[in-house]
Design a protein around this ligand. Sequence first.
Ligand code: DGL
Length: 268
Amino acid sequence: MHSANPIGVFDSGVGGLSVLREIHKLLPHENLLYVADSAHAPYGDKSKEYILERSTTIVDFFVSHHVKTVVVACNTATGAAVKEIRPTISQTIIAMEPAIKPASERTQTGVIGVLATSRTLSSNNFQILFARFADQVKIITQACPGLVEQVEHGDLNSDKTRALVAQYIQPLVSQHVDFIVLGCTHYPFLAPLIQELVGSSIAVIDSGAAIARELKSRLDRAGILAEPHHAGTVKFWSSDESGTAKQVISQLWGGDVDVNILPERVLA
Ligand code: DGL
């Protein structure tokens, strides 16, 4: 694998852009490929088999683009597909883990909250992570149906989004959490709203920056970090053919970008 090869990053939709922006910030010389599988979002509603099939198809697409590493910027796909896909490709796969460890180490109240999709909360990965910290801190988990869809629409502050967020944080606030862990990559786009509603005494954290650091250290160890001679490129694909992908991705990325529709073989 060559240092000039790109890195493939994907999510069930636009949520993984919250991870991509951290990667781009930390590794500005890397060429990044991003796939938003928005036509199939949310993954949280789908079976494990469905998510595994979609994830495998997208990873194959990346492999055909000669990626040097894959980042699964989706907690739900991490829980449903990464274990199965890892042995099938030679590239390293970096996957998500909700930031329960840093929250557990820093909490003063001894109570932390986790917002995630139902599928992530019921996954084996999450159960194992939960069990590692459950004897040190009280962990309150809250599934958030509907939030992924709001972010997919770029709807970060409407009455409906505010009402959903208020409903989901209420059980955490009433149990005196001092950390809220965002266990879904769509939710960092709602962090300003969550922070506004919970107030400054509760820290709202996610894993994007930690994933970027992990990626950097893995590339460094393998000797395949991009050479610092030129600015890296970022290319976007979506499975959403409705015409809104460009608008939402540009909004969340913070600048006008071109978005390609995935080729037919990757769309279905
Ligand atoms: N961004 C995905 C995650 O981190 C959303 C999952 C979904 O599509 O349900 O879990």
